[in-house]
Design a protein around this ligand. Structure first.
Ligand code: NOJ
Length: 600
């Protein structure tokens, strides 16, 4: 659970064999039609975006690290799954301290992932399959090995000195200390002493990731040029890393401490007294940059490029602002309010989904449950105290179907993470000496780092799970469950998680109500089942019900209250075990059961 804290709070904020057999119904739709490639300014609306962690998706050259040619070789799979776009986490040249989020050259590809020519081929092959490519753009910081920073730290008078956040220390009782108590998200002071020039530099993340000074117009121009460079290489979107962190309060005064229920400062996994982030996160100046960047990318692409924000925010009001007062900032700030509730609380889900429907001016929500920074969706399996039980638990697949359904049957653009579709589980390292993510070393054992959600994609039951050549040593171990949970096995099982995702994605594209219908929450005082209606102006309607409990439930829908006189249902998709309902008057759901039905 610590990692939810790390990214959500600080930033704002086995029995598999025993589980119910899956019995997904074939979707009453045609095969998914990928067709939303960036041909219009709104290509990303209702799209399915698939996050790829390139190190872990497919290795093509035997070094045990995934690469671009590996991704290209798997495009047919992604097309069959039905995704509209892939987001690649950073592939730029990098010392790889933060596995690519420490960039040393923004206009090239790291040799371990391939070449710029490989990238161009990936974009071209993806385009043939109507799949768009979205790049990760890290604007907040560079690597300390980037030539800009090497220059900046070379002397106080270097022309690039002001490109980063340099500051004098302060004397306390005759000792030199950092300017204030601001903390790095990755533990300890956010200020690093530089002996050569006698000042501290600010780093919100690792010491090797110095923050850029976004008050400097040259920094802005340099980064907008980077965006234009990749647009020329065919990308149709950017996922903006840590975008709320671009600015810091110029007063440079201390943050308040976060207090626990006992009124004492909270001690975080790194042993620090945790400080708030009021002076380092979500400052209003971020919006100026977003407007400028949007103008730059609109102009360079004919308004075809989508800007997606990594926006861990405290409230729906803050999220709304990210779209811009005139829809001139992000098209898709990530809604972390819904997917990271991290417990099956029907009322809370209902409230957050309602917020997304009513509090963002009708803009498109971007729902997300999983990424490379947080435990995978198996975290929703919890004990009575709410502590996650990672792995293949009794209701693993049932819970996965609930999550996939909220993600893909809601009125939203859906962001999924590689391996979600085959039910990959969080597999953290068992021993400190096996940890690769540096925060797992500094935070051990409370914080084991993010390796658990970055393990190699499980393609088949063969050596190295088909991720790498048989004799390659993979950069992270292949999780033990791969012989059962892999693409090849699940392709052959009609009731697999993979087919559940495929069918839901097909419905999202092809069923008019699920594609574009408005969303109306139903049975709003039910504490056990989350239900909603998707309905178009010309009368197409679909009901969706998700049982949030391990007990069977029966629900009844009063559709006439929604202006629908019909009450017959045709099943589009359902978890096994439950009978086909005859009407909306009685829909039976098994433990964590899901029902999706067309109203007729
Ligand atoms: C957010 C990214 O998702 C995470 O992986 C990274 O460590 C930080 N930003 C710093 O770039």
């Amino acid at each position: 659970m610590k990692r939810f804290g790390l990214f959500l709070l600080l930033s704002s904020a086995l029995l598999w064999a025993a589980s119910t057999p899956v019995e997904a119904q074939p979707a009453a739709t045609a095969a998914p039609q990928t067709g939303q490639i960036a041909t219009s300014p709104h290509w990303w609306k209702d799209a399915v975006i698939y996050e790829i962690y390139p190190r872990s998706f497919q290795d093509s050259n035997g070094d045990g690290i995934g690469d671009l040619n590996g991704i290209t070789s798997r495009l047919d799979y992604l097309q069959k799954l039905g995704v509209d776009a892939i987001w690649l986490t950073p592939i730029y040249p990098s010392p790889q301290v933060d596995f690519g989020y420490d960039i040393s050259d923004y206009e090239n590809v790291d040799p371990q992932y391939g070449t710029l020519a490989d990238f161009d081929r990936l974009v071209a092959e993806a385009r043939k399959r109507n799949i768009s490519v979205i790049m990760d753009l890290v604007l907040n910081h560079t690597s300390d090995q980037h030539p800009w920073f090497l220059e900046s730290r070379s002397s106080r008078t270097n022309p690039k000195r002001d490109w980063y956040m340099w500051h004098d220390g302060k004397m306390v009782n005759g000792e030199l200390e950092p300017p204030n108590n601001w903390e790095s998200v990755f533990g300890h002071s956010a200020w690093q002493w530089d002996a050569k020039t006698g000042q501290y530099y600010y780093h919100r993340f690792y010491i090797q990731q110095p923050d850029l000074n976004w008050n400097n117009p040259q920094v802005r121009k340099a980064m907008y040029d980077v965006a234009r460079f990749w647009i020329r290489h065919g990308v149709t979107g950017f996922r903006l890393d840590a975008i709320t962190s671009l600015f810091e309060d110029p007063s440079d005064t201390d943050e308040a401490y976060v207090l626990g229920p006992d009124g004492k400062p909270v001690i975080n996994a790194f042993g620090d007294k945790e400080v708030k982030t009021d002076k380092t996160d979500n400052l209003p100046e971020v919006h100026d940059v977003l407007r400028e960047l949007r103008q730059a990318t609109d102009a360079a692409s004919g308004r075809k490029v989508v800007l997606i924000g990594e926006t861990y925010l405290r409230s729906i009001d803050d999220l709304r602002k990210m779209y811009g007062a005139h829809n001139d900032e992000l098209q898709l700030p990530m809604d972390m309010q819904v997917g990271f509730i991290n417990k099956f609380d029907v009322a809370l889900f209902r409230q957050r989904i309602r917020d997304a429907e009513t509090e963002i001016n009708g803009d498109e929500p971007l729902f997300v449950f999983d990424n490379h920074d947080n435990p995978r969706w198996d975290r929703y399996q919890t004990d009575a105290a709410g502590t996650p039980i990672f792995g293949y638990g009794l209701h693993h697949d049932d819970i996965g179907r609930v999550i996939a359904t909220i993600l893909l049957a809601s009125r939203d653009t859906a962001l999924m993470y590689y391996g979600d579709e085959i039910g990959m589980v969080t597999t953290p390292p068992a021993r400190k000496q096996d940890v690769r993510d540096p925060i797992g070393i500094t935070g051990w054992p409370k914080e084991k780092g993010r390796d658990g959600e970055r393990t190699p994609m499980q393609w088949d039951a063969g050596p190295n799970a088909g991720f790498a050549l048989p004799d390659a040593k993979t950069w992270l171990p292949i999780p033990p469950g791969y012989k059962t949970f892999n693409v090849a096995a699940e392709e052959g099982e009609p009731d697999s998680m993979l087919h559940w995702y495929e069918q839901l994605i097909a419905l999202k594209k092809n069923d008019p109500a699920l594609h574009e219908g408005e969303e109306i929450l139903l049975n709003t005082s039910d504490d056990h089942v989350l239900s909603w209606l998707r309905k178009t102006a010309d009368g197409e309607a679909v009901v969706v019900a998700c049982n949030f409990t391990p007990q069977p439930q029966t629900v009844s829908f009063n559709l006439s209250a929604q202006g629908i006189s019909r009450s017959g249902l045709t099943t589009l998709l359902k978890t096994p075990g439950a009978p086909d309902p005859q009407s909306a008057d009685s829909v039976q759901l098994g433990p964590y059961g899901v029902y999706v039905g067309q109203v007729r």
